[in-house]
Design a protein. Structure first.
Lengths: 114, 117
C-alpha cells in the first residue's frame, strides 16, 4: 500500500503570513493526481487544489499553490496570506489516475493566530 | 457543481441496533462510491469501494458482515452498521466519483456522526 507522510501534526501561522504544509508519498503508479483537502471542525471535506503528475507547472488556486517535486515525490501545499478561517485540518491524497482509489495522509492541523 | 448528500447527519443509537446511512449524488451519476471512517483526531480511513450493481470491495480489516454496503443505483449507496457497538462510534463520510472529468476526483458528502451508547 502506498505510504503518505505528512510530517507536521500541528502548525501555527500568524494571520496574513504564508505557510507551507508538507506531504510526501511513495507511489509506484506512473500516473496519479495529487489532491489537497481542508477539513474544518464541521467535518466536511473541502477540495482545495489538484496537481496531475504529468503537469509541467505547479498548480495554483487563489491563495493555494502546490510545490510539486515529482522526483522527490513531494507535493507541499502553500497557503499565502493566511486568514483566520484557514484554521482546519489539511489532508493530502495522492490518487492513482486509473482507479480513483483515494487515500489520505495523517493530516496537519493548522491554526492561524490573529 | 457536484453535490453529495448524506443522511442522517447525526445518529445516536443503543448498542446492538443497526443503523443505515444513505449517500446520494444529487446532480450527477456516480460510477463509484466510497465509504470512509474517521475517528477523532485521526485521518480518513477507506472502508470500502462500491460500484453500482456489484458487490463492494472492502479494505483489509473491515468486516463485511458488520458494515453492509448496498449500491442500488448510480445515485445512491447505503452503509448499514449492523449490531452497532460503542467502538463503532465514529464519523462516517461517503464520496462519489464520476467517469468524466479529472481522474481521481471525488466529491464528498458532509458526513454522518454516529454515537453508539
Amino acid at each position: 500500500a502506498q505510504k503518505i507522510t505528512q510530517t507536521q501534526p500541528g502548525m501555527f501561522v500568524q494571520e496574513k503570513e504564508a505557510v507551507t504544509l508538507d506531504c510526501t508519498y511513495d507511489t509506484s503508479d506512473p500516473s496519479y493526481g495529487l489532491f489537497w483537502y481542508k477539513q474544518p471542525s464541521s467535518g466536511e471535506m473541502i477540495f482545495l487544489i489538484y496537481q496531475g503528475s504529468y503537469d509541467q507547472q505547479n498548480a495554483t488556486e487563489g491563495r493555494y499553490s502546490l510545490n510539486f517535486q515529482k522526483a522527490r515525490k513531494s507535493a507541499n501545499l502553500v497557503i499565502s496570506a493566511s486568514q483566520l478561517g484557514d484554521s482546519a485540518m489539511y489532508f493530502c491524497a495522492p490518487t492513482p489516475s486509473n482507479n480513483n482509489d483515494m487515500r489520505f495522509g495523517a493530516g496537519t492541523r493548522l491554526t492561524v493566530k490573529p | 457543481g457536484a453535490v453529495v448528500s448524506q443522511h442522517p447527519s447525526r445518529v445516536i443509537c443503543k448498542s446492538g441496533t443497526s443503523v443505515k446511512i444513505e449517500c446520494r449524488s444529487l446532480d450527477f451519476q456516480a460510477t463509484t462510491m466510497f465509504w470512509y471512517r474517521q475517528f477523532p483526531k485521526q485521518s480518513l480511513m477507506l472502508m470500502a469501494t462500491s460500484n453500482e450493481g456489484s458487490k463492494a470491495t472492502y479494505e483489509q480489516g473491515v468486516e463485511k458482515d458488520k458494515f453492509l454496503i448496498n449500491h442500488a443505483s448510480l445515485t445512491l449507496s447505503t452503509l448499514t452498521v449492523t449490531s452497532a457497538h460503542p467502538e463503532d462510534s465514529s464519523f462516517y463520510i461517503c464520496s462519489a466519483s464520476i467517469l468524466q472529468g479529472r481522474a481521481g476526483t471525488q466529491y464528498f458528502g458532509p458526513g454522518t456522526r454516529l454515537l453508539v451508547l
